[in-house]
Ligand binder design. Structure first.
Ligand SMILES: NC(=O)c1ccc[n+]([C@@H]2O[C@H](COP(=O)([O-])OP(=O)(O)OC[C@H]3O[C@@H](n4cnc5c(N)ncnc54)[C@H](OP(=O)(O)O)[C@@H]3O)[C@@H](O)[C@H]2O)c1
Length: 307
């Protein structure tokens, strides 16, 4: 396997106890990097990586982390990711998304200002009325989660090697604590439960492993700076995702229950189509993510993973 072109030093991954963070740590370890990953409330162990518990809302703790680890690059995945929770507890959402990122960025500025810093943002910075969205499109988040993630992009972009990667809805193999959004759908179909799915909510679902690979590629591309989008190759409604799942599992579609986002009553407002245009990422690092069907076949039929 090709080694990643980090010259030397420890790679720091925040949110290693989360879905994307764990995939990223596994990728880096497999490619021979020395990795320190952070956890917060959930303990986790990933072979070959050092896991450091930290609360990034605490500025002194963020500073200690960066001073002690002395990272050669940082991948910032940690955040509060439950949009409903953000609406219910706005102050803690602000601290867990915005303050945490600002604290980490301040520590990098103080101790290692020139290192690559790749932070993950979200397609939910858009209102869903003008898809597909390129990086120059105007952000107009509908939810507090989307708004805080958008505001957390600014400090990152002020860094000399600051990169923001806005990821679409992620699927992929389950990690220690989280299965990705498809897990509940797979479980429902496998156990014969009805599966209500929106016909009018469209996303560009992307495999978390492809997002992780893109983050690494950006960090190792000297001229990469600014905002990039990482969406999957297809624009799919939730119902279309369900149909693909049934096809891969070889089950009929009788468990799929068509519903409408427009008729629903979610605690956090949801945009109807936040499909991402990932052309900039494709040009910069050759981004070519797998389709939902390919990812699902790897998951359900044990076909060998692409990487
Ligand atoms: N999943 C998606 O579909 C998706 C789509 C677009 C963008 N994103 C973005 O991608 C990133 C990763 O998402 P994910 O789904 O992998 O998240 P996740 O599974 O919910 O994990 C979140 C991580 O953040 C950590 N964390 C939360 N609060 C913290 C704090 N105060 N201090 C330190 N760490 C803290 C958690 O630690 P503990 O678990 O140990 O508490 C966990 O490791 C997030 O920035 C998210 O906004 C996700």
């Amino acid at each position: 396997m090709t080694k990643l072109p980090f010259e030397s030093g420890v790679i720091l991954v925040t949110g290693a106890s989360g879905f994307l963070g764990e995939h990223l740590v596994r990728l880096l370890v497999a490619d021979g990097c020395e990795v320190a990953g952070t956890s917060f409330t959930r303990s986790t162990a990933i072979a070959g990586a050092r896991i450091v518990p930290v609360d990034l809302r605490d500025r002194a703790a963020a500073e200690r982390l960066v001073r002690d680890v002395r990272p050669a690059a940082i991948f910032h995945c940690a955040a509060i990711t439950d949009a409903g929770l953000c609406e219910r507890e706005p102050e803690s959402a602000r601290a867990g998304i915005l303050d945490s990122t600002a604290n980490l960025v301040a520590a990098v500025e103080a101790f290692h200002p020139g290192i690559p810093f790749v932070a993950v943002s979200t397609d939910l910075v858009f209102d869903g009325e003008n898809a597909p969205y390129s990086e120059s499109a105007e952000a107009k988040p509908l939810s507090l989660y989307g708004s805080l993630k958008y505001r957390a992009e600014s400090p990152v972009l002020g860094l000399a090697r600051g990169i923001v990667l806005r990821a679409a809805l992620m699927f992929g193999p389950p990690t220690t604590h989280k299965g990705g959004f498809l897990s509940w759908m797979i479980n429902a179909v496998a156990t014969g439960q009805p599966l209500p799915l929106f016909e009018d909510e469209v996303r560009t679902p992307v495999d978390g492993r492809d997002v992780a690979r893109a983050m690494v590629a950006l960090a190792t591309t000297a001229e990469a700076h600014g905002v990039f989008h990482a969406g999957g190759p297809e624009r799919l409604s939730r119902m279309e995702m369900g149909r693909i799942l049934c096809r891969v599992l070889g089950t009929g579609e009788n468990l799929l229950v068509p519903t409408r986002l427009a008729d629903s009553n979610y605690p956090a407002p949801r945009p109807r189509d936040v499909s991402l245009d990932s052309g900039r990422l494709r040009k910069a690092v050759g981004f070519g993510p797998r389709t939902l069907e390919a990812g699902l076949r790897e998951l359900t039929e044990q076909t060998p993973p692409r990487d």
